[in-house]
Ligand binder design. Structure first.
Ligand code: NDP
Ligand code: OXD
Length: 310
């Protein structure tokens, strides 16, 4: 089975080496040198690759996302009809995301922006100590990433609620779902963490209406996709003081242009889509397993459900 690695730069070599370490017999082609297009049976790719390129491979039988999110593979023109798409699920991907969530929850909870401002002015002044039990956290999305982050926040003593599409029962987490659940979680979240997939239902879900339903002085953390947030609405909610701060790992567009107002807003902490970076050596075993399954006609792992969009 010839596998096309449709990525660029140093990631290409890291992916090739990781896949070959799991299966030295793999025939790996590095894009743009695909060789005979008819030989390509699987493409491992990220969102920067042109989806129209996939139509060149008549024997294609599996597309693998290099990340957990697959919105980049479902945008027009989409992947070739009938070809399954697999996402990644990985313990290091999940734990890195929870680290980003904990870092930023604790940054705001422990009033770090205020202490940094005091330090800049050489002010030695103790602020009132915050209680974890009094800081309610809502997690949008209770999948691979959301459940891990929610559990770790609950373990620190925060009251944690979560929101998913379908009803769930998770010990220690107040679970909500659907439209009513969205309203409930917004109203009770002093910090709201977005870990949803970007789908037609979730695009723009964090808009002026959503922010207005959050408590005054609440914080927003988004490490999912920039398209979840209506960015002018976020800036307005921060400027009015209704929201006290935001941590954003994702923006629309990416990279964020140098003159974009999100860069310089004093209430925003930005990271460049780096909350959780896929480590090829960690995910290679599942990718190679899926390639083997595709070759042998066995059930595939971590398949994307096109009707749900994730
Ligand atoms: P999963 O597919 O495992 O989980 C998605 C969760 O979102 C599920 O709980 C699902 O509900 C819920 N959901 C989906 N649609 C809706 C909806 N309309 N209403 C309510 N809940 C909904 O995804 P992951 O946890 O693995 O990843 C989440 C996202 O994080 C990725 O799609 C990606 O965009 C982003 N990501 C960002 C990274 C970064 O570095 N910034 C790294 C990795 C991922 P249900 O359980 O009912 O299906
Ligand atoms: C992912 C990402 O989806 O890196 O894995 O955003």
């Amino acid at each position: 089975m010839a596998v096309l690695l449709a990525t660029k730069g140093h990631a290409q070599a890291a992916w090739r080496d990781a896949l070959l370490a799991c299966d030295p017999g793999l025939d790996i082609r590095l894009w743009p040198d695909a060789g005979d297009p008819a030989a390509i049976e699987a493409v491992v790719m990220w969102g920067t690759h042109d989806l129209a390129d996939l139509a060149r491979y008549p024997a294609l039988r599996l597309v693998v996302s290099m990340g957990a999110g697959v919105d980049h593979l479902l945008r027009p023109p989409g992947t070739p009809k009938g070809v399954p798409v697999a996402r990644l699920k990985d313990v290091l991907l999940t734990s890195a995301m929870s680290e980003w969530v904990l870092l930023n929850v604790l940054r705001f909870h422990r009033q770090d922006p205020a202490y940094r401002a005091q330090q800049a002015a050489a002010i030695w002044h103790e602020l009132p100590a915050p209680a974890t039990a009094a800081r309610r956290i809502g997690v949008l999305g209770l999948g691979e990433l959301g459940q891990d982050a929610a559990g770790k926040l609950a373990a620190l003593g925060f009251p944690v609620a979560g929101w998913s599409r379908l009803p769930k029962t998770i010990p220690g987490i107040a679970c909500h779902h659907g439209a009513e659940g969205f309203d409930a979680i917004l109203r009770q979240s002093d910090m709201l963490v977005c870990l949803l997939p970007l789908t037609p239902e979730t695009r723009g879900i964090l808009d002026a209406g959503a922010f207005a339903r959050m408590p005054r002085g609440a914080f927003l953390l988004n490490a999912a996709r920039g398209g979840h947030v209506v960015q002018p609405d976020l800036l307005a909610a921060l400027d009015s003081g209704h929201l006290a701060g935001a941590a954003l790992d994702v923006t629309d567009p990416e990279p964020l242009p140098p003159d974009h107002p999100l860069w310089r807003h004093p209430g925003i902490v930005l990271t460049p889509h780096a909350a959780s970076i896929t480590i090829p050596a960690s995910v290679a075993p599942q990718v190679v397993d899926n390639l083997r399954r595709a070759r042998e006609g066995q059930p595939l792992l971590n398949l994307v459900d096109f009707s749900r969009g994730y």
